[in-house]
Design a protein around this ligand. Structure first.
Ligand SMILES: Cc1ncc(COP(=O)(O)O)c(C=O)c1O
Length: 389
């Protein structure tokens, strides 16, 4: 039997309603959205248009501002390297922060090959960027600031409104990797001045291999340059035959998130509180990484002193969880995010991440909580807890 899936920050299952919406485009309606001379192409074009409108409605931008990509990694690359290429002559200065996903940090590093310089801000012990640090880092050459909305490992929600205000004041382009926050945090670009947003299909119950970059210059006029070449799709900004089934899935996933987010987040918040309360009541020595409030409603990151990761795997079997971030779990180095909030190597290694999702049931939460408490009871030799759960 497969374990209970508690790793929704790594990826989500495709919602059956998304699968249903995609199906025709994997079968009879297989046309290329660039084919303008026959009905197969027209069907595909119409489907892409609808999906573009669904994404635009979800984030509060215009359909023309939606650029299809293969996922958040590519969107981040296009946003950051696209600005580096566009403004290369200005020898631009970029600002980012230390707990970003590698898909931002390594891209910023690559941007230095296009003559950019980069400042990486530290964070506090809960993973928040300090606004004073951001203000201090700004120079006359600063053109881009890339700050994620929600952290994938520890769930910290950055103060995007304040960050956006600072960027607006200084006419700095603001990019935000929103792979984790989409569908979990209410953000409306009509009122939140962010210039570029990266989204990933597989974090919002659409398939892997599709994503979006929203490009809507507000803070400063600029024309993003492509990083891929060879076609005129997406205003030549992202050439290549469009992934029509994936795009349809992304559109449907955004429409579902839009209508179900409030109820879904309330449910996940209740589950999150339930697990945390059980753990913190019985084992106060366990550290919740990231803030108690202002955190993703589906993320629980726990550092467990004395935990030996290999032994945990045995004791916590039957649950699909992650140690640190999924992208790093094959990497024996302790997570850069956990290190950045001040954890020792040992404690960072003794960390587990649980990610709740749309289809997580109360029974699953109950089972996972008892398994967790049992495992902790055994670890800390608390026979009462170990026996009671
Ligand atoms: C914050 C964040 N950014 C970017 C990515 C990469 O997204 P994708 O898999 O769509 O390339 C992830 C996925 O783990 C993520 O959590």
């Amino acid at each position: 039997m497969l374990p209970i899936y508690m790793d929704h920050n790594a990826t989500t299952p495709v919602d059956p309603r998304v699968v249903k919406a995609m199906e025709p485009f994997l079968n009879a309606q297989f046309g290329n959205a660039s084919s303008s001379s026959h009905a197969y192409g027209w069907q595909a074009q119409a489907a892409v248009k609808k999906a573009r409108e669904q994404v635009a409605a979800f984030v509060g931008c215009t359909p023309a501002q939606v650029i299809w990509t293969s996922g958040a990694t590519e969107s981040n690359n296009l946003a950051i390297l696209g600005v580096a290429r566009a403004l290369r002559r200005e020898k631009p200065h970029f600002i980012t922060q230390v707990t970003e996903h590698k898909a931002v940090l390594e891209v910023c590093e690559a941007a230095t090959e296009w003559d950019a310089t980069v400042t990486v801000l530290d964070v506090d012990t809960q993973g928040f960027v300090r606004l004073e640090d951001l203000k201090r880092a700004i120079t006359p050459r600063t053109v881009l600031c890339s700050i994620m909305m929600a952290n994938n490992e520890i769930g910290t929600l950055q103060p995007m409104r304040e960050i956006a205000d600072i960027c607006r004041t200084h006419k700095i382009i603001l990019h935000s990797d929103s792979a984790q926050s989409a569908g979990k945090c209410n953000f409306d670009l009509k009122t939140l001045p962010i210039d570029m947003i990266s989204l990933s299909g597989h974090k919002i119950y659409a398939p892997k291999g599709v994503g979006v970059l929203i490009v809507r210059p507000i803070n400063r006029e600029f024309e993003l340059k492509p990083i891929l070449f060879g076609g005129d799709q997406e205003h030549s900004l992202r050439p290549g035959t469009l992934n029509v089934p994936g795009i349809v899935g992304m559109g449907e996933a955004c429409a579902l998130a839009m209508s179900e987010m409030t109820e879904e987040c309330t449910r996940m918040c209740t589950f999150q509180k339930q697990i945390l309360l059980a753990v913190q009541t019985h084992f106060p020595q366990i550290k919740l990484n990231g803030p108690q409030k202002s955190r993703l409603c589906n993320n629980i990151s726990l550092s467990i002193p004395e935990l030996v990761p290999d032994e945990l795997a045995l004791d916590f079997s039957g649950v699909a969880y992650s140690s640190g971030s999924a992208c790093n779990s094959s990497n024996p180095k302790p997570s850069h995010v956990l290190k950045a909030i001040g954890l020792s190597d040992t404690l960072a290694r003794a960390t587990i991440r649980l990610g709740l999702g749309r289809f997580t049931s109360p029974e699953e939460v109950q089972t996972v909580t008892s398994k967790l408490l049992k495992m902790l009871g055994k670890l800390y030799r608390s026979t009462t807890v170990a026996q009671n759960f």
